[in-house]
Design a binder for this molecule. Structure first.
Ligand code: T3D
Length: 261
């Protein structure tokens, strides 16, 4: 296990799984400028590092992430610039990262913390987690991709209710809506996350990365465009070592040993 922590982010690698822990527990891991910068740098490094084949994002203490840090007040908030330069690249980095990214939601997620969790590929949550969009509580619109995520996942009316209804969503409700893959007791979250991430990290990483690319493309595409994208990406996946290994394992009636290549 290697540890490469910074001021506001703990970064630990266990085998092929990199865990990034938002580490400002006194502020429920709210995103200040330093944390935004450190998280983006860590995600970019993870994308480049062949040893990393799955990434987990979680929070230190009792919260996952309370969204934008509000302690600085509103005086110097240059929303357009900050969103473009700091939040949007984070969301895009997760969506474009060619490896699985898991949110392990250990407690409350609010504002852009909800956006961050739902930008990942798979969300596992503690029974104690709750999702509080919160933007409306301070007169803002949802950002960091949340409106798009919710309108696609839930449809317009349920998205509206969630975004302006001021009703926190429990982990169980979020799972029932399909936003969260699994809800586990708080004490089991770390272990369940570890085993889920290890399973993903042992998968055919190149093919998983291409699957993410295909899903990104399919979100905005027609059927014909999707079929064309599938043909192009299958061509790439079909040339991966893991495809050959998967087919060989099938023929030899054994489990595949994927290397990620
Ligand atoms: O310019 C830009 O950055 C634009 C981007 C905007 C994106 C956004 O995310 S806007 C939405 C920002 N977030 C919020 O509005 C959430 C604010 N927090 C809350 O509503 C509540 O804290 C929670 C619902 C998340 C949790 O409630 P609760 O009762 O469990 O905890 P608490 O007592 O309110 O908070 C505990 C501590 O965390 C407290 O500090 P203290 O009093 O113990 O010293 C609180 O101030 C701090 N904290 C919570 N949220 C934030 C925060 N500190 C800084 N920023 C926060 N967002």
């Amino acid at each position: 296990m290697s540890d490469d922590s910074t001021q506001t982010l703990r970064s630990a690698r266990d085998g092929a799984v990199l865990t990034l822990t938002l580490d400002r527990p006194d502020a429920l891991n709210a995103l200040n400028a330093t944390l935004r910068k450190e998280l983006l740098a860590a995600l970019k490094a993870a994308a480049r590092d062949d040893e990393v084949r799955a990434i987990v994002i979680t929070g230190a203490g009792r919260g996952f992430c309370a969204g934008a840090d509000l302690r600085g007040g509103t005086d110097e908030r240059a929303f357009r610039r900050v969103l473009r330069a700091e939040y949007n690249p984070l969301i895009e980095a997760i969506r474009r990262l060619p490896k699985p990214v898991v949110a392990s939601v250990n407690g409350v997620a609010a504002g852009a913390g909800v956006s961050l969790a739902l930008a990942t590929d798979l969300v596992i949550a503690s029974e104690e987690a709750r999702f509080v969009p919160a933007f409306d509580r301070i007169g803002l619109v949802p950002d960091s991709g949340l409106a798009r995520t919710l309108v696609r996942a839930l449809g317009r009316h349920r998205a509206f209710e969630l975004l302006v209804g001021q009703r926190p969503l429990s982990a169980a409700d979020a799972q029932a809506m399909g936003l969260v893959a699994a809800v586990v007791p708080a004490a089991a979250l770390a272990e369940e996350t570890r085993s889920l991430a290890a399973r993903l990290a042992a998968g055919p990483t190149a093919g998983i990365g291409l699957t993410k690319r295909l899903l990104n493309a399919a979100e905005d595409a027609t059927l014909s465009e999707t079929l064309e994208a599938e043909a192009a990406l299958q061509d790439l996946a079909g040339r991966s070592e893991d495809h050959a290994e998967g087919v060989a394992a099938f023929s030899e009636k054994r489990d595949p040993a994927f290397t990620g290549r």
